[in-house]
Design a protein around this ligand. Structure first.
Ligand SMILES: *[C@@H]1O[C@H](CO)[C@@H](O)[C@H](O)[C@H]1NC(C)=O
Ligand SMILES: *[C@@H]1O[C@H](CO)[C@@H](O)[C@H](O)[C@H]1NC(C)=O
Ligand SMILES: *[C@@H]1O[C@H](CO)[C@@H](O)[C@H](O)[C@H]1NC(C)=O
Length: 559
């Protein structure tokens, strides 16, 4: 723009320059998100175009060469301005959320939501909720957030983890308060319900509900390309993909699709920078073998049993090959019985469902059937989350049952209370306000659904992590260190197994002068981090610490 600016005194260029600077500096982005935007853009256009017309009618005042220049610059800017106006207006004004039921106050940033159709013939539509940063939306990163399951809605993250509101349970519609630790303090977050059939996303052709890792990644990539066409003003922001639990599969697979798309020259060009995975399912061997050392390190099994199980199983706890090993594993399972697998420090709510899991469904691994037994049910349901596959089962190749299927009924995820989210998202006024289709079209919103049949067809994620990090995409692998569902011991071991040089040796990281966990940095932009005292869904347990490491990592600062 400097080149043009230097000639501005020659004529009408200053106006263009101002407009171009407006456009480039994000002011136009900002303006288009305001109610006056179409008006303002039209006025700018009106000011400019008549002037262009008049200017061209003037008798030649400059040398021929100069005149040619002026004309070509005029043409260039006409195109640029029209294009900018076109782009700016293509931001979906009908996606703006004007009010959020249950919240009585001023929303600190703009919210958008709606559907992106990824298959016209099938009527396959993915739902997103886009929250702009409360800081500097035109500069802050765009982060795509995915919850796992498979089958769990990303409203889990929105309602219970790092969304803009905290939801207070009332008799009726939940009351919403601002969340001081929302990740939208420092980033623009897209909450995506994926694959179709999950949360608010659906397809008119139910054959789409039979799906798998590879198909989910292709669909989500399609979504991203279409989404950025709707929001082109965010294309230049750094873009990251994040998720937790079974999204330990979604995130690297989608990142890999994005990388392939960039190589293939897919348009629009995403400014993809990296990804983060929390307590993520990664590799059946590493994750499957993580439990025994975790249980010993946490003081949940005795030294004697640890020695015996180590001797009999030779490090292979995941698929015992002899009866002695198997009997020791059963002893380990017995010792772990009664703990909340998502946070061993927390109690677990038990309705009838836990006994159904234990006794009713013999397809389940013994360890899971016996899990969560306790003598005294808690009087109050404490929300403890779930939304992940029970331990040791998630990463096996092939069919992955959904939570409701595990429960053999339409009951809730064990140890969880999804009441506020369920109440809010099944209220038609809320659905209309957040541009989700009504219950008659989508069905009831469920935290985790059994509508889909999901197959794990991609195997270990380690090869994807290797490729992505080797190509310079940054990766943060973080673990709540009291999660027994996907224990940190597995994530620590597989990250180390990549064999990258240690560039930031194991040390604590702090918030407010307190140790909040530990971190080890590797070459190729790989970081492994633990969050002290946190369970499976880190931002839910440790919101302040989560926002701290999240914002430091996004900005590329030392955590
Ligand atoms: C919303 O806030 C206003 C002002 O604080 C208050 O008068 C009103 O009763 C509140 N409404 C609800 C539904 O809480
Ligand atoms: C759904 O999609 C499948 C696969 O494309 C197709 O064979 C089938 O005819 C479709 N069903 C309907 C009802 O459109
Ligand atoms: C990773 O990259 C290499 C070479 O760039 C390629 O041969 C390999 O197939 C890739 N891995 C995966 C998982 O596709």
């Amino acid at each position: 723009m400097e080149v043009v600016g230097s000639r501005s005194e020659k004529g009408s260029f200053s106006r263009f320059v101002v407009f171009v600077i407006l456009a480039d500096s994000g002011i136009v982005n900002f303006v288009t998100h305001g109610p006056l935007s179409p008006l303002l853009l039209s006025s700018l256009a009106l000011i400019y175009f008549p002037f262009l017309f008049l200017e061209n009618k003037k008798p030649p005042k400059y040398s021929l060469d100069m005149n040619k220049n002026i004309n070509s610059i005029h043409i260039f800017f006409s195109i640029y301005v029209s294009f900018t106006i076109f782009l700016a207006q293509s931001a979906p004004q009908n996606a703006i959320i004007s009010q959020v039921p249950g919240f009585n106050g001023t929303i600190p940033s703009k919210h958008y939501a709606g559907y992106v159709t990824i298959d016209e013939n099938h009527g396959k539509k993915l739902y997103y909720y886009y929250v702009l940063s409360e800081r500097n939306p035109s500069q802050d990163p765009v982060v795509l957030w995915l919850n796992g399951g498979p089958g769990c809605s990303s409203f889990d993250g929105f309602v219970y983890e790092h969304g803009p509101f905290n939801f207070e349970k009332t008799g009726g519609l939940p009351k919403l308060h601002l969340n001081p630790y929302t990740w939208t303090k420092v980033s623009n977050v897209i909450y995506l319900d994926s694959p179709a059939g999950v949360g608010m996303s659906y397809s008119a052709n139910k054959s789409d509900y039979i799906t798998m890792d590879t198909k989910t990644a292709l669909d989500s990539h399609k979504f991203l390309l279409e989404w950025f066409k709707l929001y082109p003003e965010y294309l230049s922001n750094p873009f990251f993909i994040a998720g937790e639990s079974y999204a330990g599969v979604y995130v690297p697979m989608l990142s890999y699709e994005v990388m392939k798309g960039l190589d293939a020259g897919d348009k629009p060009t995403l400014n993809f920078k990296g990804y983060m995975v929390g307590n993520g399912v990664t590799d059946d061997v590493f994750d499957g073998n993580a439990l025994v050392p975790f249980a010993h390190g946490m003081g949940l099994i005795s030294d004697e049993l640890f020695q015996e199980v180590t001797k009999e199983c030779q490090g292979n706890y995941y698929s015992p090959t002899n009866a002695d090993c198997e009997s020791k594993i059963v002893k380990v399972d017995e010792d772990l019985d009664g703990l909340n697998i998502y946070d061993i420090l927390e109690p677990c709510y038990h309705g009838d469902s836990s006994s159904k899991i234990r006794h009713g469904n013999t397809k389940l691994p013994m360890s899971f059937r016996k899990l969560g037994e306790t003598e005294r049910p808690l009087p109050v349901r404490t929300r403890m989350f779930g939304r992940a596959w029970p331990f040791r089962a998630p990463v096996k190749a092939g069919y992955v049952p959904t939570w409701p299927e595990l429960l053999n009924s339409a009951e809730n995820v064990p140890c969880t209370d999804d009441e506020v989210a369920t109440k809010w998202l099944n209220n038609e006024a809320v659905r209309s306000a957040i541009h989700a289709d009504p219950i008659s079209v989508v069905g009831n919103w469920e935290l985790c659904t059994d509508k889909i049949r999901y197959y794990h067809d991609a195997g270990s994620m380690i090869k994807y992590h290797q490729n992505l990090t080797a190509r310079g995409f940054r990766a943060l692998i973080y673990s709540g260190d009291h999660d027994m569902c996907v224990p940190f011991t597995g994530s620590e071991a597989w990250t180390r197994s990549l064999g990258y040089e240690v560039t930031d040796e194991w040390r604590n990281w702090q918030v407010d002068g307190q140790v909040s966990g530990f971190v080890q940095g590797y070459s190729n932009g790989l970081t492994f981090l633990t969050v002290k005292g946190s369970g499976h869904t880190v931002p839910e347990y440790k919101p302040k610490e989560a926002l701290a490491f999240y914002s430091r990592w996004l900005e590329g600062r030392k955590i």
